[in-house]
Structure formats: structure tokens, C-alpha cells
Design a protein around this ligand. Structure first.
Ligand SMILES: *Cc1c(COP(=O)(O)O)cnc(C)c1O
Length: 364
């Protein structure tokens, strides 16, 4: 059968290997598997969230509140924005999909960093858009500007902090760049790890409210999947001028967020203390990774997220290391598909991290 020809050069997204598959393929006991591959919060979500979801379990037969009034007002309050400046997606992934489908079409150009979140390319290719990438591993605003001038892209992605490398842009530098971009170019600022960056270094913190007050061509993305520990509930959001949000609503399917997910995200916002505690622990544990890398003479990229990226020396092959760890029940991310001889490791609990060091010891 022939399919839309745009699909021919799309490679399906490769998610972190699920625990269920490792159990089946390697016969390892489920409890002996440690997954540090998808940047999930190792402490899960706030206990208040679990309690709230349990309390509404009987509502599963009813369609969700598609106005999302509870979640939208909680997010509106958190960020100091109004409901018409907000859209909620099944993960921020879905908001990326909305934005690309609303703005780009066959032949449009989409500009992004050399190494960045894989879904930008996949969604862009679905509509037949052409991908333009910078050369540097870290976001370089001069390079972005030169390529912007050359290609006049319809969308620019800025991922800060960036996945899978963990580095973050200086907020002021990013804003100076956006000031030079024309109004018909949609600039998408992906802040999936912004909670971590804000905690570690205020100069990296992007305030969505300031951004959309200043620019009506910017879409900020946030998610409940990382710091809030709700990856399995699939809730993310976009913050932008009302005119952008109105366009995104035209490509949104109805009831895209389930009743339980709406409740979980709303209640998660009521327990910010839990999130701050997890983030604080994250950076404490990250120091152990830095010390480990130092001891092994491995280069670590300074990270503003809940993961670290270890650039391996030529003598070590990232795919082989990842495979060897997998056989022992340790799931991490091999970055060879991004063109890097590197591995990305999510910061886990103290016990999980110790296990990682123990298993890596003979390999690195
Ligand atoms: C995890 C992630 C997302 C999307 O996560 P969702 O679970 O879809 O909300 C988006 N961007 C980056 C950079 C990510 O790492």
C-alpha cells in the first residue's frame, strides 16, 4: 500500500526501553531492573496526587471536562496568565504536534539545534517540512541567527535546557535573539526541564509571562512528565498569545486529556514543596555523577536538568556500554542515534545511582 510520501523519510521515535521488555528479553526479575532512561522523577509524584486520583476513580465512565477549567485556572494562577493564553496537550509532545500542524506545511522550513529533542523533526516531517540544523552541539544564537536569515524558517525550536545534552541557554541571550526574529516566525521555547534550570541558576530561567508579554510569536512549552513525576499521565501545556492558542485549538482533538490526568496535574500544582524537594535531591545526586566522571576521566556536560550526558572517550563505544548495562538490568540511553558517542543517564534515587556506578565501574 502507498502511504503519504512524507512518511518515507521518518524514523519512528525510539523511546527509553520499557522495563517490561527487559524482563521479557533478558529474563531479569522486574525488581532488579533500574530504569534511568526517560528522565522520570525517581520519587514519582506527590502523595496528594495519588490520593486525589483515587478519590475520583468512579468518574471514569464520564467524558472529561473538555474546558479543563480546574487545571487551566491552576496553571493560569501559577504563571500569571489567562486561560486564553494556555493550551493543554497529552504531554507537551502533543502541543508540539499542534504547533507544527497549525503553522508548517509542505516545504516550510523548521530550524533547530544540531542535537535536540527528536520529536521536533518527526512532527515537522509529517507535514513535509524541511529541517534546518545548526552545527554546534550547544545552542549558539549567532548560528541560529545566520540560519534564520538564510532560510527564513516558519518555526524555530529552542530547547532550553536541551535534551539530550542538558545544557541551557542564558535567558537574556535567548530573548535578544527572539527580538531579531520577524513576527511571522513561530519561536517555540521548550521548557520541559525549566523547573530544574530555575532551581540551579536563575540566569537560565525563562518566565513564560514575560516572554508572551514581549512577543506574540513565541510559544512556551511545559510538562508534568519530568519534575512533577507524572510521565504516565501525559499532561503538558503551551503558553502563548491568545492568537497562537486560538490557532492551536483548531487542530486539537476533543477530550485530549483524560479525567484522571486532569485531576493529577491540577493537584500536583498544589504541592510545589514536593517538587522542590525532588529537584534539590536531584542536584545533590548529580554531584556524585560529576565526581564519578571526574574519577574516570570522562567528560560530563554541565547539566541543568534531571539527567547527565557522559561523553565517552573514543576507546569506549556508547552502544556497547549501553548494551552491557542492559544485560545487567540497568536501562540508560545510548546517544549514538544522535551522532554522539555518549550516554544519557537520568539521575535516580541514591540507591539507583550507586547501582549505576557499581555496574559502570568495570566498563569505563
Ligand atoms: C520529555 C520532553 C518533552 C515531552 O514530554 P511529554 O511527556 O510529552 O510532556 C518535550 N520536550 C523535551 C525536551 C523533553 O525532554
Amino acid at each position: 500500500m502507498n502511504f503519504n510520501s512524507a512518511l518515507e523519510n521518518i524514523k519512528s521515535y525510539e523511546a527509553g526501553k520499557p522495563i517490561e521488555l527487559v524482563v521479557r528479553e533478558y529474563g531479569i526479575d522486574k525488581d532488579d531492573i533500574v530504569k534511568l532512561a526517560s528522565n522520570e522523577n525517581p520519587f514519582g509524584c506527590s502523595p496528594k496526587v495519588k490520593e486525589a486520583v483515587r478519590a475520583i476513580i468512579d468518574n471514569m465512565s464520564l467524558y472529561p471536562d473538555d474546558s479543563m477549567v480546574k487545571l487551566k485556572s491552576a496553571l493560569g494562577e501559577k504563571y500569571g496568565i489567562s486561560s486564553d493564553e494556555l493550551i493543554v496537550g497529552a504531554g507537551s509532545d502533543q502541543v508540539i504536534e499542534f504547533a507544527i500542524h497549525a503553522k508548517a506545511h509542505n516545504g516550510s522550513k523548521v530550524l533547530m539545534n544540531s542535537v535536540t529533542f527528536a520529536m521536533y523533526e518527526i512532527y515537522a516531517k509529517q507535514v513535509g517540512a524541511v529541517i534546518v540544523r545548526t552545527a554546534s552541539r550547544e545552542h549558539n544564537m549567532e548560528e541560529f541567527y545566520a540560519l534564520y536569515q538564510e532560510h527564513k524558517p516558519s518555526i524555530i525550536f529552542l530547547c532550553t535546557p536541551n535534551n539530550p545534552t542538558g545544557d541551557a541557554l542564558d535567558a537574556g541571550e535567548m530573548i535578544s535573539f527572539i527580538e531579531k526574529v520577524d513576527n511571522d516566525t513561530l519561536v517555540i521555547v521548550d521548557g520541559a526541564y525549566m523547573e530544574y534550570a530555575r532551581f540551579k541558576d536563575p540566569s537560565k530561567a525563562v518566565e513564560p509571562k514575560d516572554l508572551i508579554e514581549k512577543f506574540d510569536n513565541v510559544l512556551f512549552l511545559g510538562t508534568f512528565s519530568k519534575a512533577y513525576g507524572l510521565g504516565g499521565m501525559r499532561v503538558g501545556y503551551g503558553i502563548a498569545s491568545a492568537s497562537i492558542i486560538k490557532a492551536l485549538y483548531k487542530v486539537r482533538p476533543p477530550f485530549n486529556i483524560t479525567t484522571l490526568s486532569l485531576e493529577a496535574a491540577s493537584v500536583a500544582l498544589e504541592d510545589e514543596a514536593f517538587v522542590i524537594e525532588c529537584i534539590s535531591d536531584n542536584f545533590k545526586e548529580m554531584k556524585r555523577y560529576e565526581a564519578f566522571a571526574d574519577e574516570k576521566g570522562i567528560q560530563i556536560i554541565e547539566s541543568y536538568t534531571n539527567f547527565v550526558t557522559l561523553s565517552l572517550p573514543d576507546a569506549k563505544n556508547s552502544s556497547q556500554i549501553a548494551q552491557a548495562l542492559l544485560k545487567k538490568g540497568m536501562i540508560i540511553r545510548d546517544l549514538s542515534s544522535y551522532g554522539l558517542n555518549a550516554i544519557r543517564v537520568t539521575i535516580g534515587t541514591q540507591v539507583q545511582n550507586s547501582r549505576f556506578f557499581e555496574l559502570c565501574e568495570p566498563l569505563l
